[in-house]
Design a protein around this ligand. Structure first.
Ligand SMILES: C[S@@+](CC[C@H](N)C(=O)[O-])C[C@H]1O[C@@H](n2cnc3c(N)ncnc32)[C@H](O)[C@@H]1O
Length: 261
């Protein structure tokens, strides 16, 4: 695997566990009628500085997947990258993109796709990678699920969803990006043995993600004991959100799942 985390992730012998000592009840009490729409947060914040605006104007078009999305048919990744992109990893909701930019630097032979609808986040990411070549990175400044729906089967070696918006109110749970319907999509995209890596510092969301991923037939939780999900692997790249949580926030959960063969 091109992007590994230096931890000996052995297969779980008991994949149907939850974070708590008891099995939490499935949280999708509102039924399975999740909407197709997955984008609910803000798309723009503070006005952009000149550098960031220039990055959006000049760099984004070179690596932008929106023209491929607009065709509304399955994306030909070889055409998009100018060759077969393998290995290929994706990060959904990369925020300001520090994590994705660091991955790109650490793994120059790996291809990456990133999706982030927040214009300030995308422009920050473009600044982080301004000295890197374009050939192995493609991005979408929009809803990641729109993109996922158009990606081909078994194209991904790994998928990061780091600190997704928690939508803590019960009536908003259907907005969570990790949902049974979206897990079906992720299962379709991930190759057998590929990684689904999710993090959060929100206990209710951690339980939600573990419960739904464990209930899904395609995924196996890699944790063998609490320390496995409570501590990051040695080579973990903390995200901006993770670093900011310092002020008394709850502990992070690092949830590593494997796409079953
Ligand atoms: C709490 S922030 C975490 C950002 C980053 N992953 C980190 O850990 O610092 C959640 C991010 O997910 C993005 N997001 C929300 N819905 C999304 C969607 N449907 N597709 C892609 N990104 C989305 C938001 O714009 C936001 O940047």
């Amino acid at each position: 695997m091109a992007v590994s985390h230096g931890k000996n992730w052995t297969s779980s012998t008991n994949s149907r566990r939850s974070l708590a000592s008891h099995d939490p009840k499935p949280k999708n009490a509102e039924g399975s009628a999740y909407p197709q729409q997955s984008l609910f947060g803000r798309r723009k914040g503070r006005p952009l500085g000149e550098d960031r605006q220039a990055a959006l104007d000049n760099r984004l078009p070179e690596i932008d997947l929106s023209p491929a999305i607009n065709q509304e048919k399955q994306i030909d990744l070889s055409a998009v990258f100018g060759g077969t992109p393998s290995p290929l990893w994706m990060e959904i909701g990369f925020g300001n993109g520090e994590h994705l930019a660091t991955l790109m630097r650490r793994h120059p032979g790996t291809y990456f796709i990133g999706a982030e609808p927040f214009i300030n986040g995308m422009s920050a990411f473009l600044m982080h990678i301004k000295d890197l070549p374009n050939d192995k990175i493609r991005v979408l400044m929009d809803d990641a699920i729109k993109l996922c729906r158009l990606l081909p089967d078994k194209c991904l070696d790994g998928l990061y969803i780091l600190n997704p918006d928690p939508w803590p109110k019960t009536r908003h749970h259907r907005r969570r990006i990790v949902s049974p319907e979206n897990l079906d999509i992720f299962a379709r995209l991930l190759k057998p043995g590929a990684s689904l890596i999710m993090t959060t510092d929100v206990p209710g969301l951690a339980d939600w993600m573990v419960t739904h991923a464990n209930n899904h037939t395609a995924f196996t939780w890699q944790a063998e004991c609490a320390a496995d999900w409570q501590t990051p692997p040695e080579d973990w790249i903390p995200t901006r959100y993770e670093t900011k949580r310092a002020n008394g926030a709850d502990k992070m959960a690092y949830l590593f799942f494997e796409r079953k063969p």
